[in-house]
Design a protein around this ligand. Structure first.
Ligand code: GLC
Length: 748
């Protein structure tokens, strides 16, 4: 059965008329000016504001990126555009506000572990209010990339490895940023990035090439963008990668044939940072003029940073190599967004509103909740929640009292003084009941010593001992010996996660492993909290900790959210949105891989590694749940069949379970389907001994896939259906059932 493809909401006649009226008056230079986005430095004071006045008045700048401007300076630039240029078209100011502005939330990879899109919507609502109050009109979020390789530092910004969960989380972020009306004073334009396939970078090395088949593109990398475009996201950002040798910024198939012709996207596409120029580095364009021509004719409307468009496109049009109609359509798209985000009616920001817009009590409460919901409990031998009888606790590790690390890998407005560190949160939670000793133990990282050779080459200086000014292993061991319990706070530094932060090893940095091993030797029980922007391979930590909480980069309320979990005030419910490899040698490893022609063969000869250390969807609670058998219920008429299961709390406390629905189509002529695909989840709260029935409708959307032509299909035939606490290898087992789907049953 084919279902019609969803398309974007179209532009109103009123906006269309406004756009045409402005366009008709524009010179070609003013048109290209709207497609020119300049970089104003990390702080505007690194550049002289006056440098921009002339080009703004001439209509040669349409947007600023990364303008770290005061609201008054932002208005000052805006006034030049609105009051001192010929047509008075306002500037649009764009900024990266990835996981919160002044109020930082957990990084997206962490918050996606809450399996709760509603939290994303609320968090981004706060971010849009704080950002718009400082004069930002446009936020380069959500990141819709799929994360299948933890060596790639940008997995931190994604919503994990699964298209279904990512789609729900990304769409929720667009709702939070744009609201019902993006023109409202506390809303901004969202930007879907990075379009498309950036997460498939070869070797997990950032900015690298990707080889993605149309089948995988359609079913793993595009669904998130398609959903958000259909929901009305205003802008898209093209990505750094190439697909099959064609840089994304100049890829006509994705930018025009899919985004425009199939999905009817009316907004505009901005290139990523310098990507237009990078078509030359790729060996695709010969020079700046060809880079501009190839990018804009493929469908990339705005040029971020390179100023190639403003310098070369007029000549390309005059020479007949770029039709003016292409420029006109790009300008229409930019003007539509400027109107939709309210700039033509309200170009200025209230210069006194920023401080009052930030860090509301309710925002901090939300941030605290996001922390406890994003943390995944990977191990617990019963030591958690902490006993109220504890008298002496040692907090050891470089992340225990570090504020900046809590803000995460991409926080531009977060202030260290706003952060509740783990040490602070624990002190407040333990109060007078227990003594807390805090020992850093070692540096977060030890910068490798290098030396520069005669010929200028920089090489590692093996002779220089790794300098670790914070090395205090003896002090840490002493603290551990005199404590009843150790809380270890270890991980990877923010500076090694995010953009341009690929790693070849997924281990603890610096001397942290040595610190952990020394504390293990004391015999004092250890609760380990891991702070990182990606899944790490820490087999010794998993094995020798009494409990493990995976905290990602938790944001401004880190210490309070973690203390809530440690004390049991809140029960852990986080579920992994990305598989944790058993070893970096397994990478890439993700749950929704193909079954292959030999599902039980092809293992490594030199390591008994078949499965990840922890599956996608895995997470412990303070209780235990028992899953019954999946039944398929179908009343034979037009309503979809249902998968039903009974789940029981067999533990001794109330807890929340996230029951997950996975499907696999046994035979698909369009192409083999993954061995399991998440297509639904439900959170159930049960008291000890209580059980409940959980049911999922097996609709066309739940069972379906996207064809290479972009059509949604659901085939007749056999499916394996599972309802489980996490993904697995796709063997049917007791948590699965065979289901014969027939179109008649599922209705027209
Ligand atoms: C960066 C990133 C992108 C960001 C843009 C603007 O290089 O790739 O995610 O939005 O440039 O800062």
């Amino acid at each position: 059965m084919t279902t019609t493809r969803k398309t974007a909401p179209q532009i109103s006649q009123e906006i269309t008329s406004r756009v045409e009226e402005i366009l008709a008056k524009m010179t070609i230079r003013e048109k290209i000016g709207q497609l020119n986005q300049v970089f104003s430095g990390r702080k505007i004071d690194e550049r002289n504001l006056e440098d921009y006045i002339e080009p703004i008045r001439a209509g040669e700048i349409g947007s600023f990126v990364w303008a770290k401007l005061s609201p008054s300076d932002r208005n000052r630039l805006q006034r030049e555009a609105v009051e001192n240029s010929r047509l008075g078209i306002p500037l649009i100011f764009g900024m990266d506000i990835i996981h919160g502005s002044r109020t930082t939330f957990p990084i997206s990879l962490g918050l996606s572990c809450a399996f709760d899109p509603n939290l994303f919507e609320k968090a981004q609502t706060v971010a849009s209010r704080e950002a718009s109050a400082e004069g930002i009109d446009w936020i380069f979020t959500p990141m819709c990339d799929i994360a299948r390789d933890p060596r790639w530092g940008r997995v931190a910004e994604t919503c994990g490895e699964d298209p279904y969960l990512s789609t729900l989380c990304n769409a929720a972020q667009v709702r939070g940023l744009q609201g019902e009306d993006p023109a409202a004073p506390d809303r901004v334009a969202a930007c879907l990035k990075h379009y498309v396939g950036y997460g498939a970078s070869t070797g997990g090395r950032d900015y690298n090439d990707t080889e993605i088949t149309e089948w995988t593109l359609r079913n793993a990398h595009l669904p998130q963008f398609h959903e958000c475009v259909s929901d009305g996201a205003l802008t898209v950002m093209s990505s750094f990668n190439a697909i099959g040798g064609i840089p994304a910024v100049a890829n006509r198939h994705t930018l025009t044939e899919i985004l425009r012709d199939e999905w009817r996207f009316p907004g505009f596409v901005v290139s990523d940072w310098g990507a237009v120029r990078e078509t030359i580095n790729w060996g695709y364009a010969a020079d700046a003029a060809e880079a501009s021509r190839l990018s804009i004719t493929a469908g990339n409307d705005m040029d971020m940073l390179t100023e190639h468009y403003i310098k070369t496109l007029e000549g390309e049009v005059d020479a007949g190599r770029v039709p003016i109609a292409v420029v006109d359509e790009a300008v229409r798209r930019v003007l539509r967004v400027k109107i939709r985000v309210g700039l033509l009616d309200r170009p200025y920001v209230d210069e006194a509103a920023y401080e009052a817009a930030c860090m509301h009590e309710a925002d901090l409460k939300l941030a605290r909740k996001c922390v406890s919901r994003s943390v995944v409990m990977l191990r617990n031998d019963g030591i958690l929640p902490l006993s109220p009888e504890l008298k002496n606790v040692a907090l050891i590790g470089p992340f225990g009292d570090d504020a900046l690390e809590m803000h995460g890998c991409w926080s531009e407005r977060g202030r260290p003084e706003d952060v509740v560190t783990l040490a602070k949160g624990l002190r407040d939670a333990l109060g007078e009941k227990a003594e807390l000793s805090v020992v850093k133990g070692c540096a977060i990282n030890t910068t490798p010593k290098t030396k520069t050779l005669q010929d200028g080459k920089i090489v590692a200086d093996e002779s220089a001992p790794p300098e670790d000014a914070d090395l205090q292993i003896e002090a840490a061991v002493a603290a551990a010996r005199s404590a009843e319990l150790v809380i270890m706070a270890v991980g990877e530094p923010c500076g090694m996660t995010g953009e341009n932060a690929s790693r070849a090893y997924l281990n603890l940095t610096g001397n942290q492993q040595a610190l952990f091993d020394a504390v293990v030797e004391t015999g004092t029980p250890i609760v380990t909290i891991v702070f990182s922007g990606r899944p790490l391979c820490l087999p010794e930590v998993w094995k020798k900790s009494s409990a493990v909480l995976y905290a990602w980069q938790p944001g401004v309320q880190a210490g309070n959210g973690l203390a809530d979990l440690l004390t049991g005030a809140v029960s852990p419910t986080g579920r992994l949105s990305m598989s944790v490899p058993a070893d970096v040698g397994q990478v890439p490893i993700f749950y929704n891989q193909y079954r292959t022609g030999r599902p039980n063969s092809g293992q490594y000869r030199d390591a008994s590694l078949r499965d990840p250390a922890f599956w996608f969807g895995f997470g412990l609670t303070y209780s235990r749940f028992e899953y019954g058998k999946v039944d398929i219920v179908s009343d034979g008429n037009s309503t979809p069949a249902q998968a039903v299961i009974t789940i029981k709390n067999i533990g001794d406390c109330e807890a929340k379970e996230v029951a997950q629905l996975y499907v696999r189509q046994l035979a698909c002529k369009e192409g083999a389907r993954p061995r399991q695909e998440l297509r639904g989840f439900q959170r159930v709260t049960l008291n000890p001994g209580e059980e409940t029935q959980v049911r999922f409708e097996l609709t066309d959307e739940v069972l379906g896939y996207v064809s290479r032509q972009g059509e949604s299909y659901t085939d007749n035939g056999g499916y394996h259906i599972w309802i489980m606490p996490h993904a697995g290898r796709g063997d049917l087992g007791e948590s699965g059932a065979l289901y014969q789907h027939s179109r008649e049953v599922a209705g027209s």
